[in-house]
Design a protein around this ligand. Structure first.
Ligand code: MG
Length: 424
């Protein structure tokens, strides 16, 4: 039933007419129903979820329709609390046409204005539903999602490997082995973390003013990693928004000789003036966005020229169309987009569809190097990254389908697995 094609939808809608109408009318009906402009009629019947823990906590969403087409989506990072939120959204979805994605999105977003619909978990939950609606739309119309987002400007999407969970320690054999592994996999860009809560040079457990010793350690890590990779592999560095403005400014300056791809969140993202001041003080490109939601959240960042690169998370920021809109806003400021992405192959491929469609794409994250078995067995299509790139599939919808047996290995114990919600 999942493989319902447009042709079968057309057939189903035309055949009952033959018993009721004369030949000229049948001919007109066939003509009308065969028109490429005729759209399938679908209704949403149900929304279900599953919870997993891999790189953090993710919620997978399935939206069901009366024609047997099922769409899938994924949320991450701000996913805590998404399950009851998604259940509450179902009331606004069941009975609706899933192809009117903007209408469904706005109905849910605007109904939550007093319930936190400006960002956070609310918008993350809505994101998972929105992605599932795009999967349905692609499957119903027989087109890959990128085609519905404006078509491809590139056939394949460049991926960078985030090895953040493993500290790149100068001289350490494990770190050298990890760098070699990333090179052997064919990646052309990588990212490391330099914020270290356990740094022995840290004087205070709460305040994040980096001491001289901490900054020395950060620079040493970057120097070691930069020298270990060949020059043609780009390197980005993440500070996770943990530091104050003085520290952020000092680190950005110290890292200038390494010609980084970017320095990520040297300060938290809420004070856009502080981010802009750091950007103005350094030649190191500054990047943020994984903790910002909707176009409305990004507007001031663009207007104040606070960053060189934006990195919205397409499994958090509002969905695939919202991601396209944020990217288009960025494009008017000549700012490239490098999406944050820490999800399964389903979320990664959904993100790649947008990246294929936007002109100002730079590079997309991948963060599952520590979970290779889960990664390779999550979808029926197997490995989706080849030599550091995702090639967009020609299949309808997102183009990958969950292999439940593989994905269930990461199921949150005791949580439902796409089971119907209890009816109240
Ligand atoms: Mg980050």
């Amino acid at each position: 039933m999942n493989e319902l094609t447009r042709r079968s939808l057309v057939r189903n809608s035309v055949l009952p007419l033959t018993g009721m109408l004369g030949l000229p009318s049948i001919s007109a009906a066939v003509e009308q129903a065969s028109s490429p402009y005729r759209r399938p009629k679908l209704k949403i019947t149900e929304v279900r979820t599953a919870e997993v823990r891999v790189h953090g906590y993710q919620v997978h969403v399935r939206v069901y329709t009366d024609q047997g087409i099922v769409g899938q989506g994924e949320t991450t990072d701000a996913a805590e609390g998404n399950v009851p939120l998604i259940r509450s959204f179902a009331r606004m979805l069941v009975g609706q046409d899933p192809l009117n994605i903007e209408a469904a999105f706005e109905r849910i977003r605007t109904s939550g204005i007093f319930a936190g619909a400006q960002g956070g978990q609310y918008i993350t939950a809505l994101t998972g539903v929105e992605i599932a609606l795009w999967d349905i739309a692609g499957k119903a119309l027989g087109l890959p999602v990128y085609q519905l987002l404006g078509g491809k400007v590139r056939d394949r999407v460049r991926i960078y490997c985030d090895s953040g969970a493993r500290e790149m320690t100068p001289g350490d054999e494990g770190s050298k082995a990890r760098i070699k592994e990333i090179q052997d996999l064919g990646f052309t860009a990588a990212k490391i973390d330099i914020d270290d809560a356990r740094d022995p040079a840290r004087f205070d457990r709460v305040n994040w003013t980096a001491s001289n010793g901490e900054i020395e350690h950060m620079v040493a890590k970057v120097a070691f990693t930069r020298e270990s990779y060949p020059k043609n592999i780009d390197l980005a560095v993440d500070m996770h928004g943990r530091y104050d403005a003085t520290s952020g400014k000092r680190v950005a300056k110290e890292l200038e000789p390494f010609k980084l791809l970017w320095l990520e969140e040297p300060v938290p993202p809420e004070n856009i003036d502080a981010m802009r001041d750091i950007r103005a003080s350094t030649s190191t490109p500054i990047c943020c966005g994984e903790n910002i939601f909707l176009r409305h959240g990004f507007r001031e960042i663009f207007e104040k020229h606070a960053v060189d690169i934006v990195m919205p998370d397409f499994q958090k920021c509002g969905g695939l169309l919202e991601a396209r809109k944020i990217a288009d806003m960025a494009h008017t400021y000549y700012i490239p987009v490098a999406p944050h992405a820490v999800t399964s192959p389903i979320g990664m491929m959904a993100t790649a569809h947008v990246c294929a469609a936007i002109p100002n794409f730079l590079v997309q994250e991948w963060h599952w190097i520590d979970s290779p078995e889960l990664w390779r067995n999550w979808v029926k299509e197997g490995e989706i990254i080849q030599k550091g790139f995702i090639t967009l599939p020609e299949r309808a919808g997102i183009g990958v389908e969950m292999n439940d047996d593989g994905a269930r290995k990461a199921q949150v114990p005791g949580s439902p697995w796409f089971e119907p919600a209890a009816r109240g």
